[in-house]
Design a protein around this ligand. Structure first.
Ligand code: BMA
Length: 940
């Protein structure tokens, strides 16, 4: 980094100065916003903000953004040009400063900025922090700032047309099912604000980050660069670069840098050196040298504490005595991506603090399409849920935004490593000089803003653009070399180069999925970016049976995979009307943005469960569908994830596949209440799949499978702990027939230690033997019967610790629709008792619930309608009459009767909790295929 700064020989000319600095916080100004063509002028709701929020606040948009078809109804907003303006007062003291800038931390997106009718500057990248010199435009007393926004939709279209005169940069539009806007790839803005296959289009405009007038006589400290490295003695050297915004007229500033760390303050005298490359940027670099800096390590969730230290850096200019300071919470850890050759291919794994860790987590998308509506509490809620599901990594996906400071602070606090994409997704992008320059600024802004966070593990250039180019997704093959050249210019020569200049401490991956280094060696566009033996993969296949583990690849690192479900009825309800509550309604079609999604979900359900095919146009049938869709997704995700975890130590000599070291499913959180791959609903409620994630990501996992190749029951015990886990425990295999609770077969085996980072096949038994001993046939179970079949039985495998507590449990069973003898259970919540305290003070009150069933019940699903919180387990199987469950409630001060009356329970086959009174409220046509048509369609 230092190489990019050098002293200027010229001496700064000393001028009379005002002591101190002045900041006029324009967030607080009384902003107005208007559209001439719409004849609207209203006060803005506040900064950070955006036009949709302002119009909603003033009552021009009359109902919730996500209510029914409002994404279409409100689209007009994005076609207009909007002008924000505010008045502010400037005093003489401020004007006397040498250096006055308008500091815009984020402007969304295409705007012209005027102060007192004079042009200050223009913006066209939502992710750039802009700083405009404004001294000459300001006057004593009242001033006016005006930010004139151009419709992002219009702008993107114009950019596309202009570009298309030379050659088209596709896609020319999104799929019709997205119901979105075209050409997001021609504007540097949240790509998914133009729609995605899980979210609506709200192409907003506005001032989405802080804005201020900043007056100084000196260099202003803007960022810190912090890159501690362990030296040969195991001690940490702590180089720190203080990065300044400097006044180009007085570029050389000397002063004192005061660094406070671990309660000790050290002073360094130095000179801020202007950057050779960047106008208005300077740096002062120091190294903290103490013999054996004594720090504790920061560990990812599940592996140790997340120790964080405050680091404060303050700069005082020798001449003006102006000061500026920054405090950051920093952590000490090393992270590297290890790509070591193996017999065939290379590994792809994260090594943290010298230990190879198995990454468990998901993919993050924007928590709302309008970023100003995401509160810190909501971000905390979502990330807390990730932490509770034992996640240690999230990938911030490249079609959204670089997340808020709060997000990364929480990731630091919770030990969630961040795989940080740059914001390019599923498209070709322009590589004109102008775009490249803007992207370079974007990278500099974001890397500087985020670099100090210990959670950030990896930078990645884009989402699926290597795969898109290689796979000719957008018809680029005819001019492949051309698009490839643009690709390299953008992601390698610009994004990667700018990242590497600013951050020496992290690896950079050009694309995801990719073959990582091997893709680079192959000229950045590998023959098969989805190779299982290099880098990471994304895997989706909706046409095969998603509950069959055999369909899944044996990849080095699964960075995306998953299956869609719908929100729960409770979450959809406030955004809809009773006549929307059936599967064939326009509303349900509107909520599905993934082409084919409303065929794939029922088709997959039908493979596994009895879909209420003839009742889908009733409320009861629709609710059943929503529940089954969530069950189906949860089980798909569990099967696939356990498969990847079993692959951690397996390696195929034939194909080189295996050695999986990460599972990040698609996707954690929702942008709105619609069909999607998420495990958390809009609002943060856990779907069934999130409860499954909490189980499947436990550090010790029992994972049984029926291996149809050899007809064996194979039981694996998996540990991703870093040390051996001693126990004198047992592994139990039990068999029950579906029609009662009696055990027909029982076997137990001692287990006395689970080795660190291991996958062990602890049991391998002939299925015929189990089925025969378990009486899994039509006749008397105590007699040897003909036609033994798994369909008659449930096989449960349990790992118990020394005291008999369950560590992990798994089942092998037929698909629910095939279970012979399964009866409709009667399930009841028998009692609710308040617990003295909660284990986690994140929750307000905790409750113990007793649940009873009169028959084996599958996928028992509890909901506490109207209350925020979660259960300690959910979506579970009951193979005995009673189960005790805890409910952790976030809603403050609830009473026992409130909890009791909020509770709902359903299970597979026992789901008709709603009377049919709302049936047939929809008289429209069946939109989707009949089941027979679906079957024919997918069998093709
Ligand atoms: C991957 C992602 C997203 C998309 C998801 C589901 O391609 O990168 O773009 O939403 O699959 O289709």
């Amino acid at each position: 980094m230092i190489a990019f700064f050098r002293a200027l020989l010229a001496l700064a000319i000393a001028l009379p100065k005002v002591i101190g600095s002045g900041r006029i916080d324009l967030n607080e100004a009384p902003w107005m916003v208007k559209s001439v063509s719409q004849n609207i002028e209203i006060p803005a709701k506040g900064i950070p903000g955006g036009i949709y929020s302002d119009l909603r606040h003033s009552g021009i948009l009359t109902s919730d953004f996500y209510y029914r078809f409002n994404d279409q109804e409100y689209r007009w907003v994005s076609y207009e040009n909007w002008t924000y303006s505010a008045e502010f007062v400037v005093d003489q003291d401020t004007l006397n400063h040498d250096f006055i800038v308008l500091d815009c931390k984020g402007v969304d997106t295409v705007s012209t900025i005027m102060i007192n009718d004079q042009l200050v500057g223009e913006t066209n990248n939502m992710f750039v922090r802009y700083s405009f010199d404004v001294k000459e435009f300001l006057k004593l007393g009242n001033n006016e700032i005006r930010i004139e926004f151009k419709s992002p939709v219009e702008h993107a279209k114009n950019m596309f047309q202009e570009q298309a005169e030379t050659y088209v940069v596709p896609p020319e539009c999104v799929a019709p099912q997205f119901q979105g806007e075209c050409h997001a790839n021609h504007i540097r803005k949240m790509q998914s604000s133009f729609s995605w296959d899980w979210g609506p289009a709200f192409p907003s405009m506005g001032i989405w980050q802080d804005i201020a007038i900043d007056a100084h006589n000196s260099a202003v400290l803007r960022y810190l660069y912090f890159n501690p490295t362990q030296n040969v003695n195991g001690d940490w050297d702590i180089p720190i670069d203080a990065i300044f915004e400097i006044d180009p007229v007085h570029p050389i500033v000397s002063g004192t840098l005061k660094v406070t760390f671990q309660g000790k303050t050290e002073e360094f005298q130095g000179t801020v050196l202007p950057s050779v490359e960047e106008n208005k940027i300077g740096a002062l670099s120091i190294v903290i040298q103490r013999d054996g800096v004594d720090v504790d390590l920061w560990w990812p969730n599940g592996y140790g504490d997340q120790v964080l230290y405050d680091l404060t850096v303050e700069f005082t200019d020798d001449q003006s005595m102006d000061t500026s300071s920054i405090t950051r919470r920093v952590g000490f850890r090393t992270v590297e991506v290890v790509q070591a050759p193996v017999d065939q291919g290379r590994t792809f794994k994260f090594r943290v603090n010298g230990q190879d860790l198995f990454m468990k987590g998901s993919n993050w998308i924007p928590a709302h399409v309008l970023p100003e509506l995401v509160t810190p509490d909501y971000t905390r809620n979502l990330l807390h849920s990730a932490k509770e599901a034992h996640m240690n990594m999230l990938r911030v996906w490249g079609g959204g935004i670089y997340e808020s400071d709060v997000f990364y602070d929480l990731a630091d606090e919770y030990g969630i490593l961040i795989w940080q994409d740059f914001m390019f997704a599923c498209s070709m992008y322009q590589a004109t000089d102008e775009v490249l320059k803007s992207v370079q600024q974007e990278v500099r802004t974001q890397v500087r803003r985020l670099q100090t966070h210990p959670s950030i593990a990896l930078w990645a250039g884009n989402n699926e653009n290597e795969a898109a180019l290689r796979g000719n997704w957008y018809g680029t093959d005819a001019d492949f070399q051309h698009y490839k050249a643009d690709y390299v210019k953008l992601y390698v020569d610009t994004v990667k180069a700018a990242t590497n200049e600013l951050d020496l401490g992290r690896d950079f991956l050009v694309s995801s999925p990719s073959n990582a280094d091997k893709s680079e060696e192959d000229g950045y566009i590998a023959q098969n970016p989805y190779s299982s033996i290099y880098g990471d993969t994304h895997y989706y296949n909706y046409n095969l049976d998603t509950w069959d583990y055999k369909i899944y690849p044996k990849t080095r690192f699964a960075s995306e995979y998953g299956f869609q479900s719908f929100p729960s009825f409770e979450v959809l309800k406030p955004y809809s009307e009773p006549f929307d509550w059936n599967f064939y309604s326009d509303f349900v079609n509107n909520r599905q943005r993934h082409p084919g999604g409303n065929e794939e979900i029922p088709w997959q359900i039908h493979l596994h469960m009895e879909l209420p095919e003839n009742e889908l146009d009733t409320r009861a049938g629709f609710e059943e569908f929503l529940y089954q869709a969530q069950v189906n997704q949860a089980e798909s995700l569990r099967v696939e994830t356990e498969h990847y975890r079993r692959m951690m130590t397996q390696y195929s000599n034939q194909t080189g596949e295996g050695l999986t070291m990460g599972t990040l499913y698609w996707q954690l959180n929702d942008i709105w209440p619609g069909a999607s791959w998420t495990t958390l609903e809009h609002g943060g409620k856990w779907k069934i799949s999130h409860y499954f994630a909490e189980q499947m990501f436990r550090d010790i996992l029992i994972s049984p499978i029926r291996n149809t190749d050899n007809n064996q029951l194979e039981v694996f015990v998996i540990s991703d702990k870093l040390s051996d886990f001693p126990l004198s425990g047992t592994i139990i295999v039990e068999v029950k027939r579906w029609n009662n609770f009696n055990e027909t077969f029982h076997m137990s085996q001692a287990i006395d230690a689970i080795p660190a980072m291991s996958v062990e096949k602890v049991i391998s038994m002939d299925m015929n033997e189990i089925l025969s001993n378990g009486g899994c046939h039509a006749g008397d179970p105590s007699e040897p019967g003909e036609n033994k079949r798994l369909e008659y039985c449930l096989i449960t495998t349990t790992l118990r610790d020394t005291d008999g507590n369950i560590i992990s449990q798994g089942h092998v069973r037929p698909y629910p629709k095939d279970a012979i003898g399964l009866i409709v259970p009667e399930i009841a919540i028998q009692s609710v008792t308040k617990l003295g305290s909660c284990q986690d003070d994140y929750y307000d009150t905790c409750w113990s619930l007793d649940i009873g069933t009169d028959a084996i019940a599958l996928f028992v699903w509890l909901e506490a309608e109207g209350l925020d919180g979660r259960f300690d387990a959910n979506g579970f199987l009951m193979d005995s009459p009673n189960r005790r469950i805890q409910f952790f409630c976030q809603t403050p001060n609830v009473s026992e009767s409130q909890v009791m009356s909020s509770l709902r329970v359903r299970s597979y086959k026992n789901s008709r909790v709603v009377s049919n009174q709302d049936s047939n409220t929809y008289d429209g046509q069946r939109r989707y295929h009949t089941m027979q048509e679906l079957i024919n369609h997918f069998r093709k």
